[in-house]
Design a protein around this ligand. Structure first.
Ligand code: ASP
Length: 476
């Protein structure tokens, strides 16, 4: 058999495939010393390890079989990937709101072919309509692929590019924006967009999926429907993350871009609002705000907000500040840390360091000389807390006072990632450390709040007790 049929497979697995006369897209019965499997052999990425044969099982899950466990492989058929999703024209209904969907990548940007498991991008409105026809019940949708990366590869260039693309669309008069994004760093991008795009007249909704759409438990379609509903109709004109609320698919939650964080590596209900309550619950046909102190929609194509004069007013205080200086780092403090970590940042020309300190905002004494060095070198050092909930309160213990004495500035309850994003954005605007400090300490998008809701930490925000229960018992 030609190596061509074994796309991406290398020795020792290649020989086993050749010996049994199977290749990529063979539908096989695999007999192994760990049990029997039936599935389709998927192409192997060149960079993946050489020792596993990967099958897409009938259940939709992939399994990697170690070559040494394979006793026999019998081809019972072949199912080659169909890389094209059937396109259907997205219906246009002038009575429905207009939503723009930007794709940046991640699992939500992919659709797996049900038969073969090949990952194929689903981006055009026609492809999306083919995959999630319910979107046409909600809005008129146009799509644009900005990037096609897993979210660990998003960076300053992509954040700036996304902010500029969103700004242009909003100024052209859409009712709302949806941004598809990998979930791993969605909270980083949500935070930086909250700083770059201020006073938006319409909702800017980030959405992702934890499970790809070939899996029965995929959250992709429902998250997209919730996000489209929010962008089209919600009164909340903020940068938000829209993802599963509880572990079931009862409803989604809308989280403020600066207060949201991915908190579980695999649950679909992974995003949580920290130190606050989420903005709203969203179902297929309704957005139910959980609080009132949000930026209200000031523009929609429907009704009187679509009036041309009002549109001008709505856009007047909308600002886009797409800048970022990446000479900033987060240092996650651990007991026993040595000052050389800080020294290397100072020596390498970093302009600012965000510490995620212990407790109320602490580091050990051996770090002190490095903090003094940073201060002398004009490197700004700010403190957040690795407890995530709660405030950096550096007056309480001697350690906190000493550290502040070396110029370290506490950032209240700003989350470490939000602080990193805000700092890069602030450094992009000014060379003056005092101006940078002013920008850092002035809350722009809820990144520092005056107080946590007294019961905020106790509410699991989408788990148990459910949010509905929370409203009934705590918010009368
Ligand atoms: N690794 C993926 C990403 O963040 C995961 C996802 O899309 O959920 O891009």
């Amino acid at each position: 058999m030609s190596d061509d049929r074994c796309k991406g497979y290398r020795e020792p697995t290649l020989s086993v495939m050749q010996q049994h006369d199977v290749g990529v897209w063979s539908d096989v019965e695999a007999h192994t010393d760990q049990g029997d499997f039936r599935g389709i052999i998927l192409p192997r990425s060149e960079t993946a390890d050489a020792e596993h044969l990967v099958l897409k099982l009938i259940s939709g899950y992939n399994v990697g079989l170690h070559y040494s466990t394979l006793i026999s492989l019998t081809e019972v058929g072949r199912k080659e990937a169909n890389y094209k999703i059937p396109e259907q024209e997205f219906p246009h209904d002038p009575k429905k709101p207009y939503v723009k969907l930007f794709g940046t990548g991640g699992t939500i940007a992919s659709r797996l072919d049900y038969r073969t498991g090949a990952v194929i991008p689903a981006f055009t409105p026609g492809e999306l309509y083919g995959s999630v026809p319910e979107l046409a019940d909600v809005c008129n949708l146009t799509t644009e692929k900005l990037y096609g990366v897993f979210s660990e590869n998003m960076g300053p260039e992509q954040w700036i590019g996304t902010a500029q693309a969103v700004e242009a669309q909003i100024r052209s008069g859409v009712d709302g924006i949806v941004i598809g994004h990998g979930t791993d760093t969605m909270h980083h991008t949500a935070a930086v967009l909250s700083f770059m795009l201020q006073n938006s007249p319409v909702p800017i909704v980030m959405v992702g999926s934890q499970r790809s759409s070939d899996r029965p438990s995929s959250d992709a379609a429902l998250n997209l429907i919730h996000a489209a509903r929010t962008a089209a109709f919600s009164d909340i004109a903020e940068v938000m993350v829209c993802m599963f609320g509880p572990t079931s698919d009862e409803y989604g939650l809308l989280h403020k871009g600066t207060r949201v964080r991915k908190m579980h590596s695999s649950y679909r209900s992974t995003f949580r609002t920290l130190s606050d309550t989420p903005l709203a619950m969203v179902s297929r046909d309704n957005v139910q705000p959980l609080r009132q102190d949000y930026n209200h929609r000031r523009y929609s194509t429907a009704g009187e907000k679509g009036n041309a004069d009002l549109r001008g007013i709505a856009m007047a205080d909308f600002k886009c500040i797409p800048v970022f200086d990446d000479r900033v780092s987060i240092v996650y403090y651990y007991p026993g840390m040595k000052p050389d970590i800080f020294d290397s940042l100072i020596d390498n020309g970093y302009r600012a360091i965000i510490i995620a300190g212990t407790g109320l905002g602490h580091v050990n004494k051996p770090i002190y000389p490095a903090l003094r060095r940073a201060q002398d070198a004009g490197v700004a050092v700010y403190m957040t807390v690795q407890t995530l909930w709660g405030y950096a309160q550096m007056y309480v213990y001697e350690t906190g006072r000493e550290i502040m004495g070396m110029g370290v500035v506490p950032l209240g309850n700003m989350l470490p990632e939000a602080a990193y994003m805000k700092m890069g954005w602030a450094l992009g605007q000014s060379e003056d450390p005092e101006e940078v400090k002013r920008i850092m300490l002035e809350p722009i998008a809820g990144e520092i709040t005056e107080r946590e809701p007294h019961d905020g930490y106790l509410v699991h925000q989408g788990g148990l007790p459910e949010v509905a229960d929370f409203i009934k018992h705590h918010r009368k």
